[in-house]
Design a protein around this ligand. Structure first.
Ligand code: ADP
Ligand code: MG
Ligand code: MG
Length: 887
C-alpha cells in the first residue's frame, strides 16, 4: 500500500517532490539533530489522489491517526484536550513555493474549553491563551473557509480604538476574549455555521483546504506562467506548536546565514519578541536586528549561531530560516536554500569555492545568465539617498531617468525635441507603442510581469516598472498622485526596472562595474571589488568548460571591436542592410530605376567600393576569427521613400506645374514593389535571383575586402550566408555564381571562403538534407523561423495579443524571448540531424536573438550546434550559459 504520511524522522531533503520543500527540509533538519518540533508530512501523492477523486484516498485517515497518536505520545498531550491541549500548525508546502496557495493555520486544537487548558499550561497566562485562540479563528476563517480577512482586521482595529491604543500588545485577556466572540460571529455570518469546536474536525478541514488550495485561481495562474506542471500537488505539514508569544523571554524571527543582498559573510536577520511567526512577515510591529538577540538571550543566540553554521555546512549554501524561541528554548521551523540578489549569487559562489565547500563546476551552477544580465545594466547611484516615491514590479531591467509624460503623442514630441521622457500610464495597450518606443522608460500603475507594458518593454529591451498600485494616474489631468504628492507632466522621475523603485527627480546613473570589467577597463587582478573578482572567476571557468563557441551579431567595426572585448569568437551575423542606407539610398534608387543593364551595372559598380570598405573594417577588427556575412535580406522597397510621401510629393509638383519626372518614375517603381506581406515577399535569396548582379556585387565586395586584408598581413575568414533559402536549387544558383567570382578574385591569395545558408524558412529545415549538399554551414535564423512556424509577424503581434496568450498560459514565455522547444526547436533538431547526415563537417550555428537567451543556449548545446551568436552585450551571458550547459 502506498505510504501517504511521513514522520519528520522518515524523510530527507531529497524527497522534495513527495514531501514538498518545507516538509523535506523539516525532515532533513530533524535527522541532523536540530531542534524541530515533532510532526509529520502528508505527501503530494495523497493530495493528487484527493484532487483526482474528490475524497481522501483509502488508508489516509488511518495513517494520519497513527501519526497523530505518535505525535501526541511524544509530546505527552492530546490534540485539543481541554485540560492540557496539544496544538498544531497545518502548513502547505509544494515542491516549488507558490503564491496563491493556502499558507498556514496556527494553533489548531483550540476551542472554548482547551483555551483554559492552554492558559494553565502557560502558568495562568490568559492573555496568551485568548490571543492564540483569536489567531486560530482568524487564520482558519480566512484560509480554510474564505472569510474576508479585512473583517477580522477591522474588528481588531475597533478593539484597539476602544482601548485608545494602536498597539495590539495593549489588548488584555478580557479584550481578546471579547474579540474571540466577535470573530466567531464574523465566522458564522460568512460560513453559515459555528466555528468548529472538535479539534479533529479542525485538523481535517485544514488538511482538505490545503489540498484544495492547489487549484485556487491564483495558484493555477502562477503555475501556468512559471511553467510549473499542474499535476504535482502540494504536501501538508502538521507540526506541534511552539509559542513565541508567551512573554518577553519568547519570540520569533527569520535569518539568513549570509547577507542575501550583498553576499557578505555573517548572519543577518530580524527578531520580534513576544510574537507568533506570522507577525514578523506581516510587519505588525517593528522587528529588531538579530544581533540584539545576543543581548536579550545569549544562550539562544549562541544556539542559533551554531545551528546556522551547521546548516550552511550541510547544505553547502546560503540558507534562510524561520525560528521561534519559547521561554528560552530555540526551535527551528523552516529552512531552505535562500534566495539572493544577482550580485550576492556570484559573490557567495566565489566565497564557497574559497572556503573549499564547493568546486568551480558547482559555482557555475549557482549563478545564471539572467543574473549576469542584471549586473550589466547601469545602476542608480543611491549614495545620496534619493527619496523614494513608490515601488512597483521591476518588469524590465535598467535605470531610466526622464520627464513624465502621459500619452504617446507627447512622448514622441518631447523625445523628438531632445528630451528624455518616461511614459506613465495606468496600463498600456497597442496604441501606446509609439510612445513606448520614444520613451527611456515605462511606468504603469496596474498589471504584473506579463502585462502588455512588461512584455513589450522586455521585447524592446526598455526599462519598465509596472503595477505601482499606489500611483493614482490621471491621464487627462496630465498628472499622477502618490501619498498626497502630485507629479505633473514635465517633472523628472527616475525608475529602476530591476528593483521596481521609483524616485522623484534625477538620480545619477552609474555604469556597471561588471561591464567595465568585460570592456577591459577594470582589471580583476587589481580591483578590490568583490563582485568583479567573483564574476571573473566564474566566467573563466565557464570559458574553460563550454563546448559551444560564442559569436556576436555585428554590422560595424566599432560593434565588432566591442564584441571581441566581450569575448566573441567571431561574427555570426553581419547584416548588410545598413550598408544601403544614408547617402547610399540614392544608389539603390538608381539600381531600381535602371532602364538598361548598363545603368544597373553602373549603380552596382558605385556600391561595390563602399561595401568593400565596410567589410575590410570588420575583417580588421575580427582578424583571425570567422565573420559570417549575410547577403541582403529585406525587400528593396524598404530602401526607397514611402509610398505616401512620394505620392504627395508628385501631386504637389503637378499642382505647381513642375516637372516631377524622376519622382514619378520612382513612384511607379514603389507602387510596383508594394507588397501586402513584405515579410513573405520579395526578399532574401529571392531578391538576389531577381535583381541581376546584386548578390554578385556583394560577394565580390566581401572577397575583395578579404584578399586586401590578406595582402596587408591579416587573416580574414569570410563566410558568405544566403538568407531565406527554402529550396536547395535557390542556394545552388547563388552558389554557382559566387564560386565563379571567388575563384577569380581569390586566385593565389590564400583566402578561404565558405558558403552557407540561413535556415529560417520551415521548408529549409524540413529539406535540410538536400540543402546541406550545397551548404558548408547552416545558421539558424530563429527569429524568422519562429515567425514562419507560428505564422505571425513579430512586429504585428507582440504588442497586440501576447499579453493575453501569456495570461492564458498558451505561452509560458514569448517564443521570441526563448526558443519554443516543441515546435521551432523540433525543426532545428530535424535540420541538425539531416544536415549532419548529408555533410558530417557541416558547421552549425544560430544567429537569432535566441542565441543570447539563457534557456535557449542550453537547448542549442543539447542539439549539438557549434556556436551561438547574439548581440555584443549578451555575449558574456551566452558564454556563461554555454559553460553551465556543459557541466
Ligand atoms: P510560510 O510558508 O508563509 O512562511 P509557514 O508554514 O512557514 O508559512 O508558517 C507561517 C509562520 O508560522 C512562520 O513564521 C512559521 O515559522 C510559523 N509557524 C509555523 N508552524 C509553527 C509551529 N508549529 N509553531 C510555531 N510557529 C509556527
Ligand atoms: Mg515559512
Ligand atoms: Mg531572417
Amino acid at each position: 500500500m502506498t505510504k501517504f504520511v511521513y514522520g519528520f524522522s522518515e524523510g530527507n531533503k531529497d524527497l522534495r517532490d513527495l514531501l514538498g520543500g518545507k516538509g523535506a527540509n523539516l525532515a532533513e533538519m530533524t535527522n541532523i539533530g536540530l531542534p524541530v518540533p515533532p510532526g509529520f508530512t502528508i505527501t503530494t501523492e495523497a493530495c493528487r489522489a484527493y484532487l483526482d477523486s474528490g475524497h481522501q484516498p483509502a488508508g489516509l485517515a488511518e495513517e494520519i491517526a497513527t501519526h497523530l497518536d505518535a505525535l501526541e505520545a511524544s509530546m505527552g498531550r492530546k490534540l485539543g484536550e481541554r485540560g492540557d491541549p496539544l496544538l498544531v500548525s497545518v502548513r502547505s508546502g509544494a515542491a516549488f513555493s507558490m503564491p496563491g496557495m493556502m499558507e498556514t493555520v496556527l494553533n489548531v486544537g483550540l476551542n472554548d474549553a482547551s483555551v483554559d487548558g492552554l492558559s494553565r499550561q502557560a502558568g495562568g497566562n490568559d492573555r496568551f491563551a485568548w490571543d492564540s485562540y483569536r489567531r486560530l479563528i482568524q487564520m482558519f476563517g480566512k484560509t480554510v473557509c474564505d472569510v474576508p480577512g479585512d473583517e477580522f482586521e477591522h474588528a481588531i482595529e475597533a478593539a484597539k480604538r476602544a482601548k485608545g491604543s494602536d498597539d495590539d500588545l495593549d489588548l488584555d485577556a478580557g479584550d481578546l476574549r471579547d474579540l474571540v466572540d466577535r470573530f466567531k460571529a464574523i465566522f458564522a455570518k460568512h460560513t453559515g455555521r459555528e466555528f468548529p469546536q472538535d479539534p479533529k474536525e479542525q485538523l481535517d478541514l485544514a488538511i482538505r483546504a490545503v489540498f484544495e488550495s492547489w487549484n485556487a485561481d491564483r495558484a493555477v495562474l502562477y503555475r501556468r506562467q512559471e511553467r510549473i506542471p499542474a499535476d504535482l500537488g502540494t504536501a501538508v505539514n502538521v507540526v506541534a506548536m511552539v509559542f513565541g508569544n508567551l512573554g518577553s523571554d519568547s519570540g520569533t524571527g527569520v535569518a539568513f546565514t549570509r547577507d542575501p543582498a550583498s553576499g557578505a559573510q555573517g548572519v543577518y536577520g530580524d527578531y520580534l519578541a513576544n510574537a507568533q511567526g506570522e507577525d514578523v512577515v506581516a510587519g505588525i510591529r517593528n522587528t529588531v536586528p538579530l544581533q540584539e538577540l545576543e543581548r536579550m538571550d545569549r544562550a539562544s543566540y549562541d544556539d542559533l549561531m551554531r545551528i546556522m553554521a551547521t546548516l550552511e555546512e550541510h547544505y553547502k549554501d546560503l540558507c534562510d530560516i524561520e525560528f521561534t524561541i519559547e521561554r528560552g528554548k530555540l526551535w527551528m521551523l523552516q529552512t531552505r536554500v535562500g534566495k539572493r540578489t544577482a550580485a550576492a549569487a556570484f559573490i557567495i559562489a566565489g566565497q564557497l569555492v574559497d572556503e573549499g565547500v564547493i568546486d568551480l563546476d558547482e559555482a557555475l551552477h549557482r549563478v545564471t545568465g539572467a543574473q549576469l544580465g542584471q549586473l550589466m545594466f547601469p545602476r542608480f547611484d543611491l549614495s545620496a539617498e534619493p527619496g523614494q516615491l513608490a515601488k512597483g514590479v521591476g518588469a524590465s531591467p535598467g535605470a531610466a531617468v526622464g520627464r513624465v509624460v502621459f500619452d504617446a503623442v507627447t512622448a514622441k514630441e518631447k523625445a523628438a525635441a531632445g528630451d528624455d521622457v518616461i511614459l506613465v500610464r495606468r496600463e498600456t495597450n497597442p496604441d501606446d507603442l509609439p510612445g513606448m518606443i520614444a520613451a527611456q522608460g515605462i511606468l504603469t500603475s496596474r498589471g504584473g510581469k506579463t502585462s502588455h507594458a512588461a512584455v513589450v518593454a522586455r521585447g524592446m529591451g526598455k526599462t519598465c516598472v509596472c503595477g505601482a498600485d499606489t500611483l493614482d494616474v490621471d491621464v487627462r489631468g496630465k498628472k499622477f498622485t502618490v501619498d498626497g504628492r502630485t507629479v505633473a507632466e514635465g517633472d523628472v522621475i527616475s525608475i529602476d526596472g530591476t528593483t521596481g523603485k521609483i524616485y522623484l527627480g534625477e538620480v545619477p546613473v552609474q555604469p556597471s562595474e561588471v561591464v567595465r570589467y568585460f570592456e577591459g577597463t577594470l582589471d580583476p587582478g587589481q580591483t578590490d571589488d568583490a563582485l568583479v573578482r567573483a564574476v571573473h572567476r566564474v566566467m573563466s571557468h565557464a570559458d574553460e568548460r563550454r563546448r559551444l563557441a560564442v559569436r556576436a551579431n555585428s554590422d560595424t567595426g566599432v560593434d565588432s571591436a566591442r564584441a571581441r572585448r566581450f569575448g566573441a569568437q567571431g561574427i555570426g551575423l553581419c547584416r548588410t542592410e545598413h550598408m544601403f542606407l544614408g547617402d547610399r539610398r540614392e544608389l539603390v534608387e538608381r539600381l531600381i530605376l535602371a532602364a538598361t543593364p548598363d545603368e544597373r551595372d553602373a549603380a552596382l559598380a558605385e556600391l561595390l567600393p563602399l561595401q568593400r570598405a565596410d567589410f575590410e573594417e570588420i575583417f580588421r577588427e575580427m582578424d583571425g576569427l570567422p565573420v559570417t556575412i549575410r547577403l541582403i535580406d529585406p525587400p528593396l522597397h524598404e530602401f526607397l521613400p514611402s509610398l505616401e510621401e512620394l505620392a504627395v510629393h508628385v501631386a504637389v509638383a503637378h499642382e505647381r506645374g513642375e516637372d516631377a519626372g524622376r519622382d514619378e518614375k520612382l513612384l511607379a517603381a514603389v507602387r510596383r514593389m508594394h507588397e501586402q506581406n513584405p515579410m513573405l515577399g520579395l526578399r532574401g535569396v529571392r531578391l538576389g535571383l531577381v535583381i541581376p548582379g546584386l548578390f554578385a556585387m556583394q560577394v565580390r565586395a566581401i572577397v575583395e575586402a578579404a584578399v586586401q586584408r590578406a595582402r596587408d598581413g591579416g587573416t580574414p575568414k569570410p563566410e558568405i550566408m544566403v538568407p531565406l533559402v527554402g529550396a536547395v536549387q535557390e542556394l545552388e544558383t547563388v552558389r554557382t555564381e559566387a564560386e565563379r567570382i571567388i575563384a577569380e578574385v581569390v586566385a593565389d591569395s590564400g583566402v578561404e571562403v565558405l558558403i552557407g545558408t540561413m535556415i529560417e524558412v520551415p521548408r529549409a529545415a524540413l529539406t535540410a538534407g538536400q540543402i546541406a549538399e550545397a551548404a558548408q554551414f547552416f545558421s539558424f535564423g530563429t527569429n524568422d523561423l519562429t515567425q514562419m512556424s507560428w505564422g505571425f509577424s513579430r512586429d504585428d503581434v507582440e504588442g497586440a495579443f501576447f499579453w493575453r496568450y501569456l495570461e492564458l498560459g498558451i505561452f509560458g514565455i514569448s517564443p521570441f524571448e526563448s526558443i519554443d522547444r516543441d515546435g521551432v526547436g523540433r525543426l532545428v533538431r530535424i535540420a541538425v540531424d539531416e544536415g549532419r547526415r548529408a555533410r558530417p563537417d557541416l558547421k552549425l550555428g544560430v544567429c537569432g536573438e535566441h542565441g543570447g537567451d539563457p534557456d535557449s543556449v542550453h537547448f542549442f548545446h543539447d542539439v549539438g550546434l557549434d556556436y551561438v551568436s547574439c548581440s555584443p552585450f549578451r555575449v558574456p551571458i551566452a558564454r556563461l550559459e554555454a559553460g553551465r550547459a556543459a557541466c
